[in-house]
Structure formats: C-alpha cells, structure tokens
Design a protein around this ligand. Structure first.
Ligand code: IDP
Ligand code: MG
Length: 160
C-alpha cells in the first residue's frame, strides 16, 4: 500500500542558512557550520559574501512593513555574511530547531541562538522558514554553478 505520509516525511528539502554579519565578526562561522555538519545534513553551497541593500531588501521583503525593517537592512549589509545551502530530509524544520527562537533570550539552551546570542537584533544566523522559501532564498543568494551535487561517503551511515 502506498504510504503518502511517509513519502511526505521523507522528501528531500533544501534550506538557506546564513551566518549574519555579527556571527562573522564574532568568529562563530566554524561553530555554526559545525552544528549542521555534525547533525548529518549535506552542504551544497558555501561562500563569504557582502550583500547589497537591494538583495537584503528582497530577502526580507515580507518584513517590509515592520518598524525595524530599515535597521534590519543596515544590520544584514553591515559586513560580510556566510551563505550556505544545506540539503536533507526534513532539513528546513530541523535547521530552525537547531537555530532556536528568533529572540535569543527565549531560545532553548543547546540551540545556536540559545547558546551564542542575547538579542533579536543580533541573532547571528538565518534559516529558511519553509521548503518554498528555501528554494527562493537559495536562488536569490547563489548563482548558477555555485552549488555542488555530490554524494557524501557517510550517506549510508546517516540514513538506512
Ligand atoms: P527568524 O529569523 O527567526 O525567521 P523573522 O521574524 O523572520 O525571524 O525576522 C527576521 C529577522 O529580523 C530576525 O532574525 C531578526 O534579525 C530581525 N527581527 C525580527 N524581529 C525583530 C525585532 O522585533 N526587532 C529587531 N529585529 C527583529
Ligand atoms: Mg524568518
């Protein structure tokens, strides 16, 4: 019998993860990449990148009406970010859990924000909130040829 729920549960997704300028300045790039690497997701793209105001505004376009929007754009463009594309079954929701709540003071210990940050306006990392936004954001931040298709040798030891 065809189990549609299992099919949905096992769908391979991609998410856009970004170390924000404060994470780069604070020397937390390696620590943040490690969390996703150790969990067992697959890295498909990685670069240090200074983004434009236009790109930051497009990335956060859903928040345009918010009072903090101008400060958010200043923050994201204030220095280089580390852009990453990660792939895996359930990677979008899992990455959000690894990252923790938007407000680092509310984020659980053990999460990236819970362990390493203290304020919403300096919450060091971004993660896509849906598979659709994962696709949208990866297409926005990466050019053609910047993503790698590869098979990690550990794949059979991570998923049966
Ligand atoms: P998320 O990053 O956890 O998905 P969103 O609500 O999508 O949170 O907001 C995007 C980013 O905008 C946050 O990560 C944070 O950097 C910033 N932000 C959200 N709310 C506030 C706020 O109330 N004050 C200042 N910055 C905020
Ligand atoms: Mg968000």
């Amino acid at each position: 019998i065809y189990d549609m729920r299992k099919d949905i549960e096992e769908r391979v997704e991609e998410t856009y993860i970004m170390v924000k300028p404060d994470g780069v300045q604070r020397g937390l790039v390696g620590e943040i990449i490690s969390r996703f690497e150790k969990k067992g997701f697959k890295l498909k793209g990685l670069k240090l990148f200074q983004c434009s105001k236009e790109l930051a505004e497009e990335h956060y376009k859903d928040l345009k009406a918010k009072s903090f929007f101008p400060k958010l754009i200043d923050y994201i463009t204030s220095g280089p970010v580390v852009s990453m594309a990660w792939e895996g079954v359930g990677v979008v929701a899992s990455a959000r859990k690894l990252i923790g709540s938007t407000d680092p003071l509310q984020a659980e210990p053990g999460t990236i924000r819970g362990d390493l940050a203290v304020q919403t306006g300096r919450n060091i990392v971004h993660g896509s909130d849906s598979p659709e936004n994962g696709q949208r954001e990866i297409a926005l931040w990466f050019k053609e040829g910047e993503l790698c298709e590869w098979t990690p040798v550990l794949a059979p030891w991570l998923r049966e």
